[in-house]
Write a protein that binds this ligand. Structure first.
Ligand SMILES: Cc1cc2nc3c(=O)[nH]c(=O)nc-3n(C[C@H](O)[C@H](O)[C@H](O)COP(=O)(O)O)c2cc1C
Length: 210
């Protein structure tokens, strides 16, 4: 049975942050205070994790030149991956991108991977941990909400995991038993992207609310 909650409910403050967070792909040139980065990472560490393993590790880049070189190398791998996927996959990807309002900016501009953000965080976890992807996802959302609460913007970058295949990956010193799950970029946003309409017919209340 499908039933929507209609009663007016007082919203807790955290909802404002949740609703205001957007994937931002244009940043001001300002750097981010390391003390703020540290607070944001602490919020990530407060995420729940399966069996309290806290499997995440953070590899942080804040130097413009370094970020640029990682972006360039990841871009090369992403392009190779895309071309290798074959014509069917390419058509499917293009079709998906055409439906995606930000697609034109995804591959344009001087830095289509990290969008010239001043902070890049690669998040890794042990390859042996079967829950790691979920844990990293929860940790990542905490990080992005904490960033928002400091007036910063962010964007998860799935392409970030291609870093493992770049020739400069060793510069991160990630142990071989760990895997890169995601990168998150953070900075002072220079755009206000529109909110993507959310799918709402996906909640199924199974028994009547008493
Ligand atoms: C796992 C994951 C990977 C993503 N990878 C990328 C990426 O590589 N590049 C990018 O620009 N956005 C990326 N995004 C951002 C999504 O496109 C964005 O969150 C989505 O369009 C919804 O927009 P919103 O975050 O503003 O609500 C990623 C999001 C997630 C959750």
């Amino acid at each position: 049975m499908k039933k929507e909650l209609t009663k007016e409910v007082k919203e807790p403050g955290v909802l404002k942050t949740i609703y205001e967070r957007r994937a931002v792909r244009k940043y001001k040139d300002n750097s981010v205070d390391p003390a703020i980065i540290s607070k944001i990472l602490d919020a990530g560490r407060m995420a729940p994790s399966a069996m309290n393993k806290q499997p995440w590790k953070f590899y942080i880049l804040t130097n413009k030149k370094t970020i640029k070189s990682f972006s360039k190398e990841i871009g090369k791998i992403a392009a190779k991956y895309f071309l290798k996927a074959g014509p069917r996959q390419i058509i499917k990807t293009i079709a998906n991108l055409l439906e995606f309002p930000h697609s034109t900016r995804l591959f344009k501009g001087p830095d289509p991977v990290f969008h010239e953000a001043p902070v890049v965080i690669f998040i890794t976890a042990s390859r042996k941990n079967e829950w790691a992807a979920l844990d990293v996802g929860m940790c990542s959302e905490n990080i992005m909400l904490a960033a928002k609460s400091f007036g910063l913007d962010s964007c998860p970058v799935g392409f970030g995991k291609f870093v493992e295949q770049t020739k400069i990956f060793s510069q991160l010193h990630v142990p071989s038993e760990d895997q890169v799950h995601l990168a998150i970029i953070i900075g002072y946003g220079d755009e206000n992207p529109e909110v993507h309409k959310r799918i709402t017919d996906n909640a199924f209340f199974i028994d009547p609310i008493s």
